[in-house]
Design a protein around this ligand. Structure first.
Ligand code: IPM
Ligand code: MG
Length: 358
């Protein structure tokens, strides 16, 4: 098969890790008889520097016309003082919105070889951790009404959390369909003891749950969820939650697995065209130094094969290569254990993974 991929390399370590994933996609394509055409487009800080805005129309059109989008990371201190609508992060939000990518899938699992990298005690993770976090991605407070106004206490600022039944129902269905193929438990995380939007969320999730009698549906308040994730992470199978809670809790789960440098994500809508990106940011502190861990982006490429192209063997081939490389003891700096010696650079780790894709 032939695929056209829009590359949004972005800022910081973005270009380094996207190059790694492209090399892996090409290698797997050659092995299985596919052909990728990659075209880079501007998004984020680099787009601001070149055009004055974070997400040029050309980039949006190209993403819409592509078979899928591979993104590195956007943002950096250079653009931190710009007003909200001109920040690099707007590029990410803009693509999610323009492509209707309302589902964000963020798997967090502990690799047996990396158990030592988890900050949790061995007895807490002994039963394994394998969570699929499903984050609603085009609604809630990220896209609600916001603004500033004058009030009695001086200037006021507000952001609003708003969810419709339709938005909750479609993400809940994704969660239950996912659970059906795994452990059959969906934990829905909200703040229904305080927020009206969470009460609607809970009602709709319960309604959808009736269509999945083979799955258990557990409600959990977000503050408790933050606690349970470090106390007993093995209890989670599929987690479904709102845009902001998902943002926060997916970073927390990534730390449980050892490093945010390992976690991939897929953003999907109603078409096959998705956006694939590591969940970490642009890491300006190590940008351009060839130190970044490319694994999160490489695993995102595996998710692209699985979710956009329905090519499971190709996805598993990449995931297995990563497993084998970790089992063999190869490490980048972020996943270096106390007994390991010299960490691999980004390009060295990429090369080892390519070698393991036979
Ligand atoms: C993420 C990031 C983004 C988000 C930022 C960069 C806008 O933190 O993908 O988790 O909050 O969604
Ligand atoms: Mg985040």
């Amino acid at each position: 098969m032939d695929f056209n991929i829009a590359l949004l390399k972005g800022d910081g370590i973005g270009p380094e890790i996207v190059d790694s994933a492209v090399a892996v996609l090409d290698k797997v394509a050659a092995k299985y008889g596919h052909k990728f055409t990659f075209t880079p487009y501007l998004a984020g800080g680099c787009a601001i520097d070149a055009t004055g805005i974070p997400l040029p129309e050309e980039t949006v059109k190209a993403c819409q016309a592509s078979d899928s989008v591979l993104l590195g990371a956007v943002g950096g201190p250079k653009w931190d003082t710009l007003p909200g609508h001109l920040r690099p992060e707007k590029a990410l939000l803009g693509v999610r919105h323009a492509l209707g990518l309302y589902t964000n899938i963020r798997p967090a699992k502990i690799y047996p070889a990396l158990k030592g990298a988890s900050p949790l005690r061995p007895d807490i993770i002994d039963n394994g951790v394998d969570i699929v976090m499903i984050r609603e991605l085009t609604g809630g407070i990220y896209f609600g009404e916001r603004g500033r106004r004058q009030g009695a206490g001086g200037e006021e600022a507000f952001d609003t959390e708003c969810y419709s039944e339709m938005e909750v129902e479609r993400i809940a269905r994704v969660a239950f369909e996912t659970a059906r193929k795994r452990g059959h438990v969906v934990t829905s995380i909200d703040k229904a003891n305080v927020l009206e939007s969470s009460r609607l969320w809970r009602e709709v999730v319960h309604r959808v749950a009736k269509d999945y009698p083979d799955c258990e549906c557990v409600d959990m308040l977000v503050d408790n969820a933050a606690m349970q994730l470090v106390k007993n992470p093995s209890q989670f199978d599929v987690v479904v939650t709102s845009n902001m809670f998902g943002d926060i809790l997916s970073d927390e789960s990534s730390q449980i697995t050892g490093s945010i440098g390992m976690l991939a994500s897929a953003s999907l809508g109603d078409t096959k065209c998705g956006m694939y990106e590591p969940i970490h940011g642009s890491a300006p502190d190590i940008a351009g130094q060839n130190k970044a861990n490319p694994i999160a982006t490489i695993l995102s490429a595996a998710m692209m094969f699985r979710y956009s192209f329905d090519l499971e063997d190709e996805a598993v081939c990449i995931e297995k290569a990563v497993d084998d490389v970790l089992e063999a003891g190869y490490r980048t700096a972020d996943i270096l254990g106390s007994s390991d010696t010299k960490p691999l650079s980004c390009t060295e780790m990429t090369k080892v993974i390519l070698d393991y894709i036979k």
